[in-house]
Every structure is written in structure tokens, then in C-alpha cells.
Design a protein around this ligand. Structure first.
Ligand SMILES: Nc1ncnc2c1ncn2[C@@H]1O[C@H](COP(=O)(O)OP(=O)(O)OP(=O)(O)O)[C@@H](O)[C@H]1O
Ligand SMILES: [Mg+2]
Length: 708
């Protein structure tokens, strides 16, 4: 422990990421090599093999879904009725929402809520595997796979190929701004006064900020779902974005610098011109991010040139960018450690990825056998902003309170100096109650007003007792982490065999101590695996190299819902008569009904497609498109009406039916016709994609327009 603001170990910035003077190749070999006996060669991924039956509720139809709760009726029990027999005179109870002027369901309103077709069959009843990388092994052609861990405080790059170093994952350790090796470098940008990037990474972090410069950090936190939707939800303690710039601009700037350097460095390290333009790129995102954050991240990565068309006709170049969640990547890293903490197939483990900005949690079951290891998520992952930087922010608040009457020490430079001492040294060495009686000293930046013993200001040093630091700085943040772990364990109605702590914050002795105190009676193994600080980065690279889905299934962390209109049922008359109106054809329609495309907690094969049937009434050939709004909900309940719980608008879903044969037939026949179709939703690790299906065939991708 350092009891002095001037670190006794002279821990420089980024201390925990520095590898002191170890030659690059030497270090890389210290990572876990492929576990003896674990065959990482591609194997057919048997989609027909379900995860073990006890990993969660299954739909009776055989899909991996939580069944609708008891009592859930329509729209579940709606069935397609016969289409109208002649155009323009729809049957009194048509099978679909009719979209268009003069339609029996009311006037045309292309704002999705009003014009969303209603489903003609229970959701989601049919599932089909996606014939993509996610569900089938890809032949190993020695293609390069690069993973990027864009962290709130530190970022890193790994890469590998079956043709490189015997398939062992390599990590970039040499970075601009230092001759030492670093596993990760600060996620930091330095801008000039016209918004040009002056430096990034170590150089930006270590630069002395001049009046016409702006140092930017922690901007990843602006993509957290609440912050994305509501500016006022952004933690006011975070540094503001530079004027005129959005979080996305900073991410693009940082990723551009990181990627340009990574390309040069990888080329240098492998001693040949690496075909980085056709490499698979794996990018990690926090567990709590929703599809909108992922979409911004994807756009940012593309804008930064991380994937690009490699040759003429390379239409699928965007697909080379894979986005996975951080705990998932970390779990893959843990699951492939040599002794796996003595975990065996069918046992469960929690991964707690405690980083700089977020703490992310997920629970996995080990499935398959040791020679063909896979893991399956068994509870909805979670994450929150309670990473290590919140210790720094609390420390700053404490200093401000202590020195309230000494403004000479509260100017930005002074506060930054106190924070620097704390976060680069004292925080890293802090051990908890054993330090309660120790005094932590922080040298003041300004020399004036050096003494006031009543607040611990003595000879130009601020002295803070350990127990005060514990109470005001560490305990509130660590308690939040413990509560998150507690909540995650509550979600799993099975024994948890191990709790694996990864991420930089997992290096905290005090965090580990508190986790052990709270959970060791319930969880027999609590451990920090090898390379815990770069578990996410290495896991993502391993995922890329394996070229098969190492995570067999995931749990939908939230529900995906569309708003629909449905013929009124007795339950609607009873519960929401105000939502019922009579349309032009005399049919009673209930507005504000919700159609769940995916329910929170559903067990999904990665990339699995969930389909729901709909149909639409069109006035004529011109009336082929509609827009729906997709909502998400964190509620565990299946809601029938829009007012039953909180839903968040996620994206507009534009669907054009004009290419469907049924639509074309209908359009040729005159005015007023129905088109039946299916909408499919593919949920990958954290991303969502929409597909238009007709006759069980994919008919086109649907564009999501994420809402602000
Ligand atoms: N011993 C320690 N005690 C407390 N915090 C620590 C310790 N060692 C490292 N940290 C903190 O861990 C953070 C870095 O961890 P990591 O690289 O996992 O985060 P990140 O990837 O930048 O953040 P995130 O994953 O939340 O986006 C830094 O805030 C660093 O100060
Ligand atoms: Mg991280």
C-alpha cells in the first residue's frame, strides 16, 4: 500500500497495464496456450442439439423460448382467418390489420403504431437457424481475426490466425508514446481548439493539457442505453464532450487512430503484409448496451475503417465486423483456461467483468465435453456503471468536501492532480479494513494555503485516513457491485460453482475480499483467472479464431415488442374499453395492443431467427410499405397493453412488401387485398437484425432506423 500521494512505487500512469521490460514475444507466450486435449478445430455445430433441458423454460413447440405466461391469450391464440373474398369489401373480421385509407381498420397512418399489421399467429412459434457464421462452423482458411476491446478507460488489440504462431493469440503490446510494453492503452484523445486530434492513447493521457487543448476520456459511457435516450441521464460528474462533437465522433476518432496503428503494428509483427482489409474484426460492448448502442458502435467501427470492402464484388464486407458482449468474451477466455478452475461440464459459473466504467455480469453453463467445449448463458446478463472510475469520481467529491474552505486547492489542475495520485497509485494498492488506520497523503498542486490540520491539510499535503476513504469512496461502489452479483445469483435457480472476477477493477484486493466475504459460503470457487485484466480482449480473439460458436446460446436480456391493433376480445372490453373503437367496416378494434417478438428471458441459439406472422391490407400497388416501431422492455411480465409497463422505443422498422409474389398477385387483381408475410428477428450477442420472410424464405433484410 502506498500511504503517500506520491506513489512510493512510482507507479506511472496505467500501472496495472504495464508490463515491465518484458520482451514482447516472451510475454505473449505467457498467456494460456490451448488447453491440452481441447480440440479447437472446427466441428459441425449441431443445431438440432438443444442445450440441456434444465437450463430454462422451453416452448412446447420445441423452440428455445420462455412460454407465454398463463393467461396470456390473444394475440397468442389468433389464427389467420380466410382472406376477404373480394377486393374492397373485407370480411367483418379480417385476418390482418388493414393499412390504408378507407380500410376497415381506419385511416391510413404510416406512423407505424397506427399501421402495424397484427399478427396472424402466436409469436414466436417458428424458428429457423441462420445459415451464417454464428450457427455454422466456417472453414478455417487461416484468415486473420482481430479483436478490439474498446474500454471506458483502457483499450487493446489482439489478433490471431491458425497460420500464425500455431494459432496462439497475439496481443499488441508496443504502443506509441512509450518504449515499455502495455497490454492496453488509455482510451484517451487530445484535441486542439478546432477539434483536430493531436494525440491518442498513452501520448494523449500523458500530455500536459494547454489552454487551447482538450483531453477527452470516458466517452464510451455516453453510449449506455439511458444516456443515449436522455441527455439528463448522463452522469453529471463525467467530463462533457467537446463543443460540437457527439460521443460517436470521439469513438470514430479513437478507433481510427487505434486501427491505423494496429494495422501497421500487426504487419510489423507478423513480418508480412497482413491482409487486414479482409480480416474478421471482433468488437466488444458492455452487457447492458442495447441494439441502439451496438448500432452506433458498428457505424463508428465502419467509419473508422475497421472493416471495408476488400475487392470488387465484396458485398458482405460489413458482416466481417462481429459485435459481442464483454462478459461473453470474458467467459470464453475463462472457459478455455487450462484447468478451468476445476469446473466440469454441466457446472455453472458467473463472470463478473469489473472494468473502468462498467461492471458486467453473466452466468454460463459449461456444455459439451472437454474436447468440444461450449458454454451457454443461463440468465439474462446485466451491467451497470459502477466501474473503477467511479472510485476516482467519489474521491474527487471527498477532496472537494474536505477542502471546501480552501479554494486554492480546488481549481481544475489541483483536483486533476489529486485524482491522478489516487487513481494511479493509492487506489490500486488499497486493501480495505487493514488500511483503516493508515493515513493516505496527497501532495497539493498549489503551494499557497498549505495548512489547516482540522481538515487534514498539513504542510502542503492533504492527509486522508483509510477508514474515511473506505466509507466515502470504496464502500458505496463496491456495495453496488456486490448487489449486482447478488441480483444475478437470484436469477439463476441452480447451483453456481464458480465466480470468476475479470477486468482491471477485479485487481482490487478489497473488491475480492468483499466478494469472498459475501459469496464464499454459497459459491465454492471465487477466483481471478490468469490474464484477468485482458480477459475480454483475449476471449473475443479466441472466439474469432475458433470459427465456431463457442457460446451456444444466450438469454434475451430484454423483450422486443411491436405495437399492434387487434380485433377486440372480451378481455379487452373488460380491461380497456377506452381502447376499442369501431372501424369503417363495423369491426371492433382494440388499439395499443403489444405483440412480443421475443420475450425477456427467452433462451436463444446465437443468431437464431424468431418469426412472427403478420398480414397487411393494401389499397393498391402503391401501398406496399409500412413502418413499425419496435420497443424494448426490461419488465419480466408479458404485457398486453402499452400502458402496462415501461417500454422504450428502439427503432423504426421499415418493411416493403412490393417484391413478395403474394403482394404482386394482389396488386394485379385490383384494389384492396391482403398480403401475408412473416417478420423475423435475429438476435445475436447484442445486436438485432430484421428479416422479411415469405413462404419460409428470406425475402430481404429490414432496415432499422434507431430512434433518438
Ligand atoms: N487494483 C485496482 N483497484 C481498483 N481499480 C483498479 C485496480 N487495477 C486497475 N483498476 C482500474 O481498472 C480500470 C481498467 O480496467 P479495464 O481495462 O478492465 O476497464 P475498461 O475496459 O477500460 O472499462 P470497461 O470495461 O468498463 O469499458 C481502470 O479504471 C483502473 O484504474
Ligand atoms: Mg473492459
Amino acid at each position: 500500500m502506498s500511504c503517500c500521494g506520491e506513489s512510493k512505487t512510482k507507479a506511472s500512469s496505467d500501472a496495472q497495464n504495464r508490463i515491465s521490460q518484458v520482451p514482447n514475444p516472451g510475454y505473449v507466450t505467457t498467456q494460456p496456450t490451448p488447453t491440452p486435449g481441447i480440440d479447437l478445430s472446427p466441428k459441425p455445430f449441431n443445431l438440432a442439439t438443444p442445450p440441456p433441458a434444465h437450463i430454462g423454460p422451453q416452448h412446447s413447440g420445441g423452440g428455445y423460448f420462455a412460454p407465454p405466461p398463463p393467461g396470456a391469450q390473444s394475440p397468442w391464440n389468433l389464427r389467420p382467418a380466410s382472406p376477404p373474398t373480394h377486393a374492397g369489401t373485407p370480411s367483418p373480421r379480417p385476418p390482418s390489420l388493414i393499412n390504408g385509407m378507407g380500410s376497415p381498420y381506419g385511416s391510413m397512418n404510416n406512423s407505424m403504431r397506427a399501421s402495424m399489421p397484427y399478427p396472424t399467429s402466436p409469436p414466436p412459434i417458428s424458428t429457423s437457424p441462420v445459415g451464417s457464421y454464428k450457427s455454422t462452423p466456417v472453414p478455417d482458411d487461416g484468415k486473420l481475426s482481430v479483436s478490439v476491446d474498446f474500454g471506458t478507460t483502457f483499450s487493446g488489440v489482439s489478433y490471431g490466425s491458425s497460420r500464425l504462431a500455431g494459432g496462439v493469440i497475439q496481443q499488441i503490446l508496443s504502443w506509441p508514446g512509450s518504449f515499455e510494453n502495455f497490454r492496453k492503452i488509455p482510451t484517451c484523445l487530445l484535441y486542439d481548439d478546432v477539434g483536430q486530434v493531436l494525440a491518442w492513447g498513452l501520448e494523449a493521457k500523458n500530455a500536459t493539457e494547454m489552454p487551447d487543448m482538450l483531453k477527452c476520456e470516458w466517452f464510451k459511457l455516453f453510449l449506455e442505453p439511458h444516456a443515449l435516450r436522455d441527455q439528463s441521464a448522463v452522469d453529471p460528474r463525467l467530463p462533457p464532450l467537446p463543443p460540437g462533437k457527439q460521443a460517436m465522433d470521439l469513438i470514430v476518432d479513437f478507433l481510427s487512430c487505434l486501427w491505423e496503428y494496429a494495422k501497421e503494428q500487426i504487419t510489423r509483427e507478423i513480418g508480412a503484409v497482413a491482409d487486414l482489409n479482409s480480416a474478421d474484426v471482433w468488437l466488444t460492448v458492455p452487457a447492458a448496451w442495447d441494439a441502439k448502442g451496438c448500432d452506433i458502435m458498428r457505424e463508428a467501427a465502419i467509419a473508422a475503417g475497421m472493416v471495408r470492402s476488400a475487392h470488387a464484388g465484396d458485398k458482405d464486407w460489413r458482416e466481417r465486423l462481429h459485435i459481442i458482449t464483454e462478459p461473453e468474451a470474458a467467459a470464453v477466455h475463462c472457459a478455455h483456461l487450462t484447468d478451468l478452475h476445476r469446473l466440469r461440464p454441466s457446472q455453472n459459473f458467473i463472470v463478473c467483468d469489473a472494468g473502468g466504467g462498467t461492471v458486467d455480469l453473466a452466468v454460463y453453463k459449461i456444455i459439451g465435453n472437454m474436447a468440444h467445449l461450449e458454454i451457454a448463458e443461463i440468465a439474462a446478463r446485466s451491467g451497470a456503471n459502477c466501474g473503477s472510475l467511479f472510485l476516482d469520481l467519489r474521491f474527487r467529491e471527498l477532496v472537494k468536501t474536505l477542502l471546501e474552505d480552501h479554494p486554492a486547492h480546488l481549481d481544475p489542475a489541483s483536483l486533476a492532480n489529486f485524482m491522478h495520485s489516487f487513481s494511479e497509485s493509492d487506489k490500486l494498492d488499497y486493501r480495505g479494513p487493514v488500511d483503516d488506520d493508515a493515513m493516505f497523503h496527497f501532495t497539493c498542486f498549489n503551494v499557497e494555503d498549505p495548512t489547516d490540520p482540522s481538515v487534514g491539510l498539513i504542510d502542503g499535503q492533504l492527509t486522508i485516513p483509510g477508514n474515511l476513504l473506505r466509507r466515502e469512496v470504496f464502500d458505496p461502489v463496491i456495495e453496488q457491485v456486490l448487489e449486482m452479483i447478488e441480483e444475478q445469483t437470484r436469477k439463476v435457480h441452480q447451483r453456481i460453482d464458480a465466480l470468476l472476477l475479470v477486468g482491471g477493477f477485479a485487481g482490487s484486493e478489497y473488491l475480492k475480499l468483499r466478494v469472498e466475504e459475501r459469496f464464499s459460503s454459497r459459491i465454492s470457487v471465487i477466483a481471478r483467472p490468469v490474464d484477468a485484466d485482458t480477459a475480454t480482449l483475449r476471449g473475443a480473439a479466441r472466439y474469432g479464431l475458433a470459427r465456431r460458436p463457442l457460446v451456444a446460446s444466450v438469454i434475451a436480456p430484454r423483450s422486443y415488442i411491436v405495437k399492434v391493433k387487434l380485433p377486440a376480445e372480451p378481455e379487452d372490453w373488460q380491461k380497456r374499453p377506452a381502447y376499442i373503437r369501431t372501424n369503417d367496416a363495423g369491426v371492433h378494434i382494440c388499439d395499443n395492443r403489444l405483440q412480443f417478438l421475443v420475450q425477456k428471458g427467452a433462451i436463444l441459439r446465437r443468431g437464431q431467427r424468431l418469426t412472427t406472422k403478420f398480414c397487411k391490407f393494401s389499397q393498391g400497388a402503391h401501398d406496399s410499405a409500412f413502418i413499425a416501431v419496435m420497443y424494448t422492455s426490461d419488465s419480466d411480465h408479458l404485457m398486453r397493453y402499452t400502458d402496462e409497463g415501461e417500454t422504450t422505443e428502439l427503432c423504426k422498422w421499415t418493411v416493403d412488401l412490393s417484391s413478395l409474389p403474394a403482394f404482386q398477385r394482389g396488386a394485379a387483381g385490383g384494389v384492396g387485398f391482403y398480403t401475408e408475410f412473416e417478420l423475423g428477428l435475429e438476435l445475436d450477442s447484442a445486436e438485432v437484425r430484421g428479416i422479411l420472410l415469405y413462404d419460409n424464405q428470406e425475402w430481404g433484410r429490414v432496415t432499422f432506423d434507431f430512434l433518438n
